[in-house]
Every structure is written in C-alpha cells, then in structure tokens.
Design a protein around this ligand. Structure first.
Ligand code: SF4
Length: 460
C-alpha cells in the first residue's frame, strides 16, 4: 500500500529519532527531508536521490512502492505480453492496464499434423475491430504424454511455427525442463509448482529465467504460503492458480485474490492469476462463457481448450472493451481515407476521429459502393455531436481539415459534405471555404447511401 508523505518522512534521515547528522542536507535537491518525502509520495522524486537512507528504510520504502500485483512479462520473437500491475477492482475507478492473455492449449499426444494445422489457424487468426487488430496471445503446450522427448519435440514444433509466447505445462520437473530447453530466446510461463514438487519446479524456472505458476487447490492460505516458499527460492515472477475451475468457485477465488492484493496489500497473493475454463466444463459454449467471466473477473491469463473463430471473436472484443481506458476514446488517425477507389470527381465527406463514428461512416460508404474521399478531423476522439458541443468540431476545425490535408489536390470538383448534426455550421463554412460547395449530409451514417444516390440531382 502506498505510504503517505509523513510515513515516508519517518523513514528518511530527518524523521529518525534522533535525526541523522545529514538531516535536511539538501543534497537530494529539496530544502528539507520533509519536502523530499512529499515529492516521493507524489511519485515526483526518486528515492535514490538521498544517499543517507538506511538499508532497512530503503527496503521498506521500495516494498511499499512496489505494485500491488506484480507485472509478469512473457516474450517470443519480439512479441511481448504483459499481465498484472493492475491497481483497481473496477474499471470505472481508473482503468485496467494489461489485457488478459488468451492462450489455447495443445497436448503433445495430439497427432503432429493436427497440432501444426491448429497452430497455423490460431497464429493467423485476427479480428479487425474499429481499426485495431485483435489476436490471441499464445499457446499452452501440455506434456500429456509425460514423456520428456515427446514433449520437447512438441514444444519445438509449436515454437518453430509460432512467434507467440508459450506456456509450458508438465507434472514432472525434468519433463518441463526438456521442453523449456527447446524455447531458447523466449520467456515462457512454466506450469506448475505444487506442494509436492515446488523445489524442483523452482529450480527449472530459475535456470530458464522464466516465470512460474504456483498452484494450490481450494485453499488461498495454502496458495499464499506456497507462493512465499517459491519466492524464497529466488523466483520473483509468479502466476497463481487457485485450482478453482467451475464458474462460482473461479469467480470466488479470483475475486478474493484481487481484493486481498489491492485492498489489503497482501503481498503473497500480489500476482496475476491463471484460469482454465475448459477444465470447468466439457461444453465448448460454456467454456467461452466461463472464459468471458474470467476475463472480466480477474484472470491475468486464460487458457482455452477449444478454439473457434466465432467464440474467439467474442472474447477478443469483450477483452478489448474491458481493457480500454474509459477516459480515452478509441481514435483513428486524422487525415484522408479513400474509399471504393475514389476519382477526382468523387465527393468529399467530413467526420470526426472517434473510431466508432469513423467506422460507421466508412462501413456505410463501403457497403453502399460509392467512391468517396472521407476526411477525418482531429476532434480528440469524440463523436460528431459531442465534439461540436465541446467546441472540438466547429467550422474552424473543418476548414483546417479541408485545407490542411491537401484534399483539394486530389479532386477536381470541390464538393464537401458535412454531417447533418452540424448543419448549423453551413453558413460559416460557405464563408470560409468560398472555393468549395458545402452540402449538409444526413444525420445518421445509415442514411449516407440514400443521400449519395440523390447527389447528382443536388449538384444539378
Ligand atoms: Fe534529507 Fe534530502 Fe539530505 Fe536525504 S538528501 S538527508 S532527504 S535533505
């Protein structure tokens, strides 16, 4: 839990009893230790600026400033995935930072051709959602055979075909090590240290420099104690598996872990959690529903046993919506967007750079089949009406967009269509764009096709 300025001050040279001889020496750049403490509390200064903090106080201050849920990073061939470091229970309190990692599981007992086809399908699966490419994060490879060579070969196959991060799963530490050795240059997640094998699993994780899952079923106290033991063995990067698999048990366990980490600053459970919805049900539809629940509350990583584009699409979009900052609208780049191969005599339409607005307009234009130039103004990611009300999409902004994008060089017929919601700007625009004919388009994107049909008649 973050310390207040006064709590920090008590640990600095000036706050000690008796004060350190260097108290208030100003070497940190602040006039007093108290002023420095206040800056530290506001995260506007670095503790390293004071050379006179005792080792004990430094440990306490560093531990207090550590994130309540540790950030865990997996990587492969330049693809990085981070989970953890969350600070709130509810998205509206601030934002969720690191989207739940979505993995799909393959088992080393599956035929090689089947694994290859599966990896290829998942690797190339991508959803275009308001201009953002959404993808799954990686593969979990399980040593279902229990054989080190079989597992290592399977890991090598997946690692060769995929540039996505991996989770390696084995019950036996020597089998896990055999697989991990085939993923040089990657940081994979190793699964799992349990009460019966944690020393051996921790040794593999240490040697491979990989994060390790700690699993203890149905007892968060025992899970916390085991995580402390693994940490004591030198493994800092830990992911928790509370073993809860059904919808109710999973919700209960994952919520408790998140609450204890954030509200009680309970360090032994201050790690992201992993969930396996396919172990809670054999029905692929229910697995997707359970995965959705776990994305929302509060899995850092979800490992799916089934991959189907339709349900993967829904999970990716759900995740995207949960892990966007509610205070920052999704935006597209301002500029000129040519749609349906526009020609110099094609009309020019103006809209704002709020993603949903842009895609509503662009989709309607594309499905109507009319070639057009879509001019996107920088309205700070607001929709047309909101931006107009906030003064971000006024006549000046539209004029700057028309002039600044150079659209005049691409057209020989200067006709610009503004959204119907800002019809009030018509007079001002006609004055400021005397070389353009300004038309008022429909209020709703869905009416654009019908509007463009009437354009020849409107233009005479
Ligand atoms: Fe105090 Fe700053 Fe001197 Fe440290 S460096 S003793 S915080 S004044």
């Amino acid at each position: 839990m973050a310390l207040s300025g006064l709590q920090i001050y008590k640990l600095l040279p000036g706050g000690l009893k008796p004060p350190h001889p260097k108290a208030n020496c100003k070497e940190c750049g602040y006039p007093t230790c108290l002023a420095f403490a206040m800056k530290l509390a506001a995260k506007q200064a670095e503790l390293s600026a004071c050379k006179y903090v005792t080792d004990e106080a430094r440990r306490e201050l560093e531990s207090a400033s550590a994130p309540p849920i540790r950030l865990i990073t997996l990587s492969a061939d330049g693809n990085k995935m981070e989970v953890g470091n969350e600070t709130v229970l509810f998205r509206h309190e601030k934002t969720f930072y690191h989207p739940t990692g979505l993995f799909v599981r393959v088992r080393d007992t599956q035929p090689r051709a089947e694994i290859e086809a599966f990896v290829r399908q998942v690797e190339t699966f991508s959803v275009d959602y308001v201009g953002i490419a959404l993808r799954l994060n990686g593969f979990a490879v399980e040593a279902a055979s229990g054989n080190a060579n079989t597992f290592a070969d399977c890991v090598a196959t997946v690692a060769t075909m995929s540039k996505l991060p991996l989770i390696l799963m084995a019950k036996d530490a020597s089998v896990l090590a055999a697989g991990a050795k085939r993923t040089t240059g990657r940081t994979s997640l190793l699964y799992a240290a349990e009460a019966s094998n944690w020393q051996a699993m921790a040794a593999v994780a240490k040697e491979q420099k990989c994060p390790l899952v700690v699993r203890h079923d149905d007892d968060l106290g025992a899970l916390a104690a085991l995580a402390e033991q693994v940490k004591g063995a030198g493994i800092e990067d830990i992911v928790l598996d509370p073993g809860a698999r059904g919808a109710r048990a999973s919700l209960h366990a994952l919520t408790h872990i998140r609450r204890l980490a954030l509200k009680k600053n309970f360090r032994p459970l201050g790690y992201p959690a992993i969930a396996f919805p396919g172990e809670g049900t054999s029905d692929p539809e229910l697995e997707s529903l359970l995965a959705g629940q776990q994305i929302a509350k509060y899995a850092g990583i979800v490992v799916l046993d089934h991959f189907r584009p339709a349900t993967a699409y829904a999970l990716l979009v759900l995740r995207q919506n949960l892990f966007t900052d509610p205070q920052k609208p999704i935006q597209v780049e301002p500029g000129i967007y040519p749609l349906n191969n526009p020609q110099p005599d094609s009309p020019v339409l103006v809209t704002t750079n709020f993603s949903i607005t842009y895609f509503s307009v662009a989709n309607e234009l594309e499905s109507a089949g009319y070639p057009a130039w879509l001019l996107v103004a920088d309205a700070e990611g607001m929709s047309v009406l909101t931006a107009w009300a906030a003064g971000k999409f006024d006549a000046d902004k539209i004029v700057k967009t028309v002039r600044g994008t150079g659209i005049a060089d691409k057209v020989n017929r200067r006709v610009v269509i503004i959204p119907g919601h800002v019809a009030v700007l018509l007079g001002e625009l006609e004055e400021e764009l005397p070389d353009w004919r300004v038309l008022v388009g429909p209020r709703e994107a869905v009416d654009i096709g019908a509007f463009l049909k009437t354009l020849p008649a409107r233009l005479g």
